[in-house]
Design a protein around this ligand. Structure first.
Ligand code: ATP
Ligand code: MG
Length: 407
């Protein structure tokens, strides 16, 4: 991407309402634009980061045979009435709207009910199971507090996966498989070492669910963990009974703030029962389908990664999700000629700061703010060595690298 061709500009300051690093830096660096509290636009660079995160998740899920679909955002109240989640206070974060012809509609806060209803068209026999289907979808939640940048949105991007099984045992082993896949996703996006499966309350049908919690100062949750972090639990479930179950003593635990980047549930038959999702088994006996659900907050994850890696100069993206690998800056006529050539050969790799009338210092400051993994400078000086200067954003270390390495 050539910076001269983008409508986006970096900003000297974000609004004072942006009290978190992710909100302030992502705004200043031109990744996001705020519409209202908890409601953001993703600008070209921000969209690229989201897409890179999505690609990693997609790759990991497709590898274990999950199928991607895209469900509607406008939701029929009918299946929600059957589970009692449309009209009562259980889901207090609904945004609702109305049809011009009369009747209420919901704006997707999540998709357990619609996907269970959808599966009724396709699940008839044990031969149709197991099924695992996921989507990347915009969710709407009328959150009371939305002041942590993109960590808590009223509109946000979620990956939601749902699995359907013939037995609780099969659900159990699938759940364990997803735990591993999630860990590998969080490793690949760069936060594996500070993200842990965390015991959380499981609702009515299973004792625990697991949240994936990333240790983070501005995280809204409080977690307790033992020394090697093999046991992590949410403060919300901290009881004597839970500690007994997990075999830890209060004095072994430390506490920290954390952000929930994912959440996985064994729903058992919580939704399939009221929505009557059944299959016939080998003996033609009708049975209720077992179900699990597995979420990742994709836009929150982007905000968490921004928070974790940022320094006093700006953002610092892990290469796996950075919008581009290189931030390209040319000095002098020869430098510009060579940079143009480099860019032409491989435009996908470079954010090329070819803007005219800016001092090099200003371009360097923007490169630090935008936070691509490596800055490349081409000048007469580097060209005299048939090289470019590469500076690592994270360490600040510079090196010359042969120009020929890039062709
Ligand atoms: P939280 O406890 O943070 O309110 P939740 O338990 O309601 O989240 P789920 O319904 O399990 O969340 O959604 C799956 C994932 O979506 C969460 O793990 C989180 O990463 C993300 N998420 C939930 N609510 C929001 C939000 N308002 N903004 C951004 N991401 C969110
Ligand atoms: Mg939660």
């Amino acid at each position: 991407m050539k910076m001269s061709q983008s409508f986006v500009k970096t900003l000297r300051q974000a609004s004072s309402e942006e009290t978190t690093k992710n909100g302030a830096l992502l705004t200043r660096a031109g990744y996001i634009h705020k519409e209202m509290a908890g409601i953001y636009d993703f600008l070209p660079l921000g969209l690229k980061v989201l897409e890179n995160i999505k690609s990693i998740i997609r790759e990991e899920l497709n590898q274990i045979g999950c199928e991607e679909l895209l469900m509607s955002t406008l939701q029929n109240p009918e299946p929600w009435e059957k589970t009692g989640r449309f009209s009562n206070q259980q889901v207090d974060i609904w945004f609702k709207t109305e049809l011009s012809s009369g009747g209420e509609l919901g704006l997707a806060p999540t998709h357990e009910e619609p996907i269970t209803a959808l599966m009724k068209s396709y699940v008839k026999s044990y031969k149709d199971l197991p099924i695992s289907a996921y989507q990347f979808q915009t969710k709407f939640r009328n959150e009371k507090r939305a002041k942590s940048g993109i960590l808590r949105g009223r509109e946000f991007l979620m990956k939601d996966l749902y699995s359907f099984h013939t037995t609780p045992e099969e659900l159990e082993s699938y759940y364990d498989k997803i735990m591993k896949v999630y860990q590998s996703i969080f490793n690949r996006v760069g936060i594996g070492d500070i993200t842990f499966p965390c015991f959380a309350s499981g609702g009515i049908f299973s004792k625990y669910s697991h949240e994936f919690q990333t240790l983070l100062d501005v995280g809204e949750d409080t977690v307790y963990y033992n020394q090697d972090k093999s046991i992590v639990l949410n403060k919300e479930v901290y009881t004597e009974e839970v500690l007994n179950d997990l075999g830890v003593k209060p004095e072994e635990l430390q506490t920290a703030n954390a952000a929930e980047v994912g959440n996985i549930f064994k729903l058992q038959t919580k939704f399939t029962d009221p929505l009557d999702l059944k299959f016939s088994d080998e003996n033609n006996v009708e049975k209720v389908v077992y179900m699990g659900c597995y979420g990742i907050g994709v836009s929150r994850l982007m905000g968490v990664i921004a928070e974790v890696y940022a320094d006093d100069k700006g953002l610092v993206w892990p290469e796996s999700i950075a919008p581009f690998k290189y931030h390209l800056i040319a000095i002098g006529d020869e430098g510009i000629k060579t940079a143009n050539e480099l860019y032409r050969k491989n435009p996908e790799s470079f954010l090329y700061d070819n803007r005219e009338g800016l001092r090099v210092g200003e371009k360097f400051a923007d490169a630090d703010l935008i936070g691509l993994p490596q800055r490349i400078v081409i000048s007469d000086k580097t060209l005299a060595e048939k090289s470019v200067e590469i500076t690592d954003r994270k360490t600040g270390k510079s090196d010359l690298q042969l120009l020929s390495d890039f062709s």
